[in-house]
Design a protein around this ligand. Sequence first.
Ligand SMILES: Nc1ncnc2c1ncn2[C@@H]1O[C@H](COP(=O)(O)OP(=O)(O)O)[C@@H](O)[C@H]1O
Ligand SMILES: [Mg+2]
Length: 440
Amino acid sequence: MRNMTLTGISKIFGRNHAAALDQIAQGKRKAEIAASCGAVVGLRDISFDVREGEILILMGLSGSGKSTLLRCMNRLVEPTCGRIRVGDVDVTALGRKDLLAFRQQTFGMVFQHFALLPNRTILSNVGFGLEIKNVPAESRNARAREAIALVGLSGWEHKYPHELSGGMQQRAGLARALAADAEILLMDEAFSALDPLIRRDMQAELRELQAKLGKTVVFVSHDLDEAVALGGRIVLMKDGEVVQIGQPEEIVARPATDYVERFVAHIDLSAVMRVEHVADRAAILPLDGSVAQVRARIAAAPEAWFVAGPDGRLAGRLRPERLAAARADEPVSGLLDREAGCIEEGTRLDAALRRIAAEGSLAVVTPDGRLVGALTSRDVVRALAARPGAQIPQQDPHRGEASTQNEPAGVERWSGASPNFPSTRSATTVSTGSPSMAAG
Ligand SMILES: Nc1ncnc2c1ncn2[C@@H]1O[C@H](COP(=O)(O)OP(=O)(O)O)[C@@H](O)[C@H]1O
Ligand SMILES: [Mg+2]
């Protein structure tokens, strides 16, 4: 398994390639180049790495260059200039024969329309890539059956494509790519033709499969919710350029341009944010205090607090009723509710909502049990209310597709980490000390 590196990839359609490349080098944009020399810039000077084993999502409006870029990766579309490497193989330097072999062995493709052969069974379709490579029937069928099982189609081997639903045909398409055991899967709007519910299932399954098989997946989508559901880095494209690359939460927290900000304005924040983004890091008390000390500290915010031991690990929850009823010189350690509900820091907010609603507050902890902060429904509401673009008065009915002028930002922007969300408690006198305890 290897990284794929793109360096300075441009693709010009139409005439005047040389003039267009010149103008790209001068920093000119797609529209200017089209006006001055009539060339269509499909891709403009694109460089980034696809990391081994990641799901990378190419996102952008229709016409932004996603498919062109995907096809450049295995040279189904020839880049006009630039270099593509997979590990130490310079794909751009391969001659025709080597390229064919390399493409077959390294890349699997899954398209929006399933491209199954209608007069072959599912088994034969799934084994097709292997048949081309002259893999003998017995081992070909064995591998095809394995891939069919992976995508949940066992029992359908001898059906024909028209006997399967759209979702099942797409599973078969995916199985075909998996059977060939390609290192890098290139998927172009692979789920876009599916019904929304089936589509969501497929996204979840692709994610699981990818985690299990460790494949590198480059997935084209114009749907931000899909990108978020797939859970990988996003490469956001516009007019043949890459405008931003990052995890969805990074892009939402720090949009590189007004365009990006508008693009992500409608995103479901609860699917993007993780509990550690929202946790109140000032809600941590040290274990070695007395009741009097703690009372003085939390006087202004009588709600749930969590207590960390000297190692930074969660010791328990301190309920206000318990504190109120205790003697002033009692040690806090005797008052703790040791069964405090906790949730791991990487959890998505949408997956935490039900528990927060049921339990009132949760301790956010690292995988090794160190306390990060407290999570309450109030923290969640504050975070979701601060969505980017929340105060843009009028929505563009085309979700920004047509309008290219920049809207005034004037927006309370989600800042991506709780230190920038002033703690609801830190208005009191308590911000001395404890967060650093949790950090160890
Ligand atoms: N074969 C082609 N000839 C001319 N222009 C093309 C060709 N393929 C793509 N383009 C242009 O390149 C740009 C990017 O297209 P594409 O990669 O299909 O976008 P996306 O997949 O993001 O919708 C568009 O402006 C499109 O018109
Ligand atoms: Mg496309």
